[in-house]
Write a protein that binds this ligand. Structure first.
Ligand SMILES: [Zn+2]
Length: 556
């Protein structure tokens, strides 16, 4: 090829490229910005985590001076980055919270022909309520065994089929039929579906009109011992204030320990071990237990208000479609009764995820998105996902128009790793985006190692997923580039044992957040692609959220 023709061809090709809005300088700029981006993420993560996890912020407990400092800092940083307020002309969405503290002298009786027992609070059973009332009473309510207490239309499964449980007390098995049978074709096998989560059991029983629900505690399917139930139910139960004062919820949410449950079932002529399996098979029918349940207790109520912080960048072409990044800003505050360090700084959990929101927000201002991108720093995750729950129930931006959500809760601090752990592996198509971008980083996505524990249902994205929004929840992996897998697992265990939810979760300047910066790069690329495409990622076939999404996207 003569030289002149080659030059001409090259020139035309370059002009052609320019016609598409790109040029050599743009490409160089893109590459520089990519390598700068990782450095900027790393720097921003350190900078903001150091501030948010400092003693001055007092452990960021909701409705304390620590909240005031945290939310003010977030607002200032969002403003400085050039974002606009996400709640009208304010950055703050108020979240009304109520604390319900039960008097442990609660009296519980089970009565009938075979069993007459007064149960001991904390030992035989736990009871509580989400109804905002000073006194709760249920008397002589008929007991009914409803198996796993599941109503799953997409699986043609309804444990309440043909049953009227209004005013009755339902006894429910923990986890789901997949776990009971370990059959991967049944529900999600060993991996928990939302139907296995205890919160679901109470929600469904309330929808069915039951007065009370008692979940049978069994360590293996629950994945935690009785002490965990006893401890977490004996403290104040924290919930959102609601205009109906919780009237749509159960009067009594409770647990029976395994001995009492076995005794009750035996009194009705049933065997617990047999029922556990028969209730896991299709065609199971609820069983009346021919005994009654009575309970009365008093509550102390305390009402407070906290805030979600919301910032946004308006989309240039589709401003009414939304991509959401979220992370909880709150942590456990301080405990003046402790010897020594009293502040739960929550550096990893979740100053890192909050810092990540600020870092991503700034990055998006350099790449104006076609769809609107929302940055949602939610409160009171540690008290039961309350801030996100409030947003889910009172969405500022329609959830049907929300393309997807990415949640960040506790980023990795062990440096660069080869893997990224997807919690809720195989749930929805956002994982496909992550796999693709992870490959570009020479990394792989791996499933959550303990899917039977249902971690997907235990952080903030779930408050949106529950209403059908496809949500991605991942965490940094273990396979350290520098030190290998074993070392990485040991580091993870160290964090769980020594720092998780302890005052020792503190910021250190020598934390290696380079792996977290790479995760942030993934989150950025996913969100950037979503925000600049017409994509509507979906839940995968068989998901308990697929029908909910379809109904929300295509209302009848
Ligand atoms: Zn957290």
């Amino acid at each position: 090829m003569p030289r002149s023709r080659f030059t001409l061809y090259f020139l035309l090709a370059t002009l052609g490229l320019q016609g598409c809005g790109s040029s050599d300088t743009d490409i160089t700029k893109a590459e520089t910005s990519k390598s700068n981006r990782l450095e900027q993420f790393d720097r921003a993560l350190h900078q903001h985590t150091a501030v948010l996890a400092s003693d001055e912020f007092e452990g960021r407990a909701p409705a304390t001076p620590g909240e005031e400092k945290t939310t003010t800092y977030l607002k200032q940083q969002f403003l400085a980055a050039g974002l606009t307020p996400g709640f009208g002309d304010s950055f703050f969405q108020q979240v009304p919270i109520v604390e319900i503290k039960i008097d442990p002298s609660a009296v519980v009786d089970i009565k009938g022909d075979t069993m007459n027992a007064r149960l001991t609070y904390g030992v035989d059973m736990m009871v509580g309520t989400k109804q905002q009332q000073e006194a709760i009473e249920v008397s002589d309510s008929e007991l009914v065994f409803v198996g796993y207490g599941i109503n799953a239309p997409e699986r043609n499964w309804n444990d309440y089929e043909g049953l009227d449980v209004k005013g009755k007390t339902v006894v429910i098995l923990v986890n789901d039929p997949g776990f009971a049978t370990q059959d991967p074709q049944h529900f999600n096998g060993n991996a928990m579906t939302y139907y296995g989560r205890w919160t679901y059991k109470y929600e469904e029983a309330a929808r069915q009109g039951a007065a009370a629900a008692l979940i049978v505690h069994d360590t293996a399917p629950a994945s935690y011992p009785w002490e965990v139930v006893a401890n977490s139910f004996s403290g104040p139960q924290i919930d959102l204030q609601s205009p109906d004062l919780g009237a749509s919820k159960l009067k009594v949410e409770g647990w029976l320990n395994l001995d009492q449950a076995t005794a009750l079932l035996a009194a009705a002529g049933e065997n617990y071990e047999t029922l556990k399996l028969s209730a896991a098979k299709p065609g199971f029918k609820a069983i009346p237990l021919n005994h009654s349940f009575s309970v009365s207790f008093n509550n102390e109520l305390r009402r407070t208000t906290s805030n979600n912080v919301i910032a946004k960048i308006d989309g240039t072409e589709h401003p009414n479609e939304y991509v959401v990044y979220m992370g909880h800003w709150d942590h456990l505050g301080k405990d003046p009764s402790r010897e020594g360090d009293q502040i739960f700084n929550g550096a990893i959990d979740n100053a890192t995820g909050t810092a990540a929101l600020l870092a991503l927000a700034k990055e998006f201002t350099l790449h104006p998105p076609k769809r609107t991108v929302i940055f949602l720093a939610v409160t009171a995750e540690e008290s039961g996902l309350l801030g996100s729950k409030y947003y889910g129930e009172n969405p500022v931006y329609p959830l049907a128009q929300t393309v997807g959500a990415i949640n960040m809760d506790a980023l990795g601090s062990i440096g660069r790793v080869k893997d990224v752990v997807v919690i809720g592996h195989g749930f929805n198509q956002l994982q496909d985006y992550m796999e693709r971008f992870a490959r570009q980083q020479n990394r792989v996505t791996i499933p959550d190692p303990a899917p039977q524990k249902g971690f997907y249902f235990r952080s903030d994205h779930f408050s949106l997923a529950k209403f059908g929004v496809p949500a991605l929840y991942a965490e940094g992996g273990y396979d350290s580039l520098a030190h290998g897998k074993e070392w990485g697992r040991q580091q993870q265990k160290d964090y769980q044992d020594k720092r998780y939810h302890k005052p020792a979760d503190e910021y250190r300047a020598d934390m290696d957040l380079k792996g977290a910066a790479e995760d942030l790069e993934l989150y950025f690329l996913i969100g950037d692609e979503l925000a600049n495409s017409r994509d509507w990622p979906e839940w995968n076939e068989g998901s308990e959220f697929k029908l909910i999404r379809e109904a929300s996207r295509n209302p009848q």
